[in-house]
Design a protein around this ligand. Structure first.
Ligand code: FE2
Length: 220
């Protein structure tokens, strides 16, 4: 964890956490999740359900977050003390195009701060943003042979109306160099703010499916 992480989080709304997460736990989790029956359409399971499913213990899930400086970074970003809520955290599967089940859709552009927000059809009326942080950790290398994330590096301090979230419109609103689809290696993660726009990054030539963890932190 470094000053650079704090700086990019505040200036760009996202920071890359390089090689911070225990590859042993991540690989074990990836292997055991192979037996998990993901619900169709969402292909996501809340992390607090994984222990009862015999996939991984709550203690191991929380141990992944025991990293020097992470708590300080989270507290500075929100700001104030934060707590991980495993009920609103997810193990997610995203498919390579050739493997995608019928009705599956990759995530489209959204802001995690829209969690629980209730929109009206009026674009001028936008609900307040939920204050939370997302720490996204793939269980494998991703972004080249398997789906990753694409983000817009802009620290937005409020929600956009859902009518503003189509790809063409966003590319007209933000400069091309703001769009970022990083290739991550096992052990890397991304930390981003509630207003940061992101979606699944998938290309036709990708052949591997991807599993990832998505921890959510809320003010205490
Ligand atoms: Fe998200």
């Amino acid at each position: 964890m470094s000053y650079t992480n704090m700086q990019s989080l505040s200036e760009q709304g996202v920071t890359l956490l390089t090689g911070l997460f225990c590859p042993g736990i991540l690989t074990r989790l990836k292997n055991s999740a192979g037996t998990l029956g993901f619900p169709a359409i969402s292909y996501a399971v809340p992390l607090n359900a994984l222990e009862a499913a015999g996939i991984v213990s709550i203690a191991e899930l929380l141990a992944l977050l025991e990293i020097d400086g992470l708590t300080d970074l989270l507290s500075a970003a929100l700001p104030g003390p934060v707590q991980c809520d495993l009920q609103h955290s997810w193990l997610r599967k995203r498919f390579a195009p050739q493997n995608a089940p019928r009705l599956y859709q990759p995530n489209t552009w959204h802001q995690d701060g829209g969690l629980g927000a209730s929109f009206t059809p009026d674009p001028a009326s936008v609900p307040p943003m939920n204050r939370l942080l997302t720490c996204w950790i793939p269980l494998q290398d991703c972004g080249r042979d398997s789906p990753g994330l694409e983000l817009i590096r802009e620290p937005l301090d409020g929600l956009l109306h859902y009518t503003e979230l189509d790809d063409l419109r966003l590319r007209q609103s933000f400069a091309p160099d703001r769009f970022w689809a990083p290739e991550l290696e096992l052990g890397d993660g991304l930390l981003f703010l509630p207003g940061t726009l992101h979606r699944t990054h998938v290309r036709p030539e990708m052949e591997q499916d991807r599993l990832s963890l998505e921890y959510r932190f809320f003010p205490v």
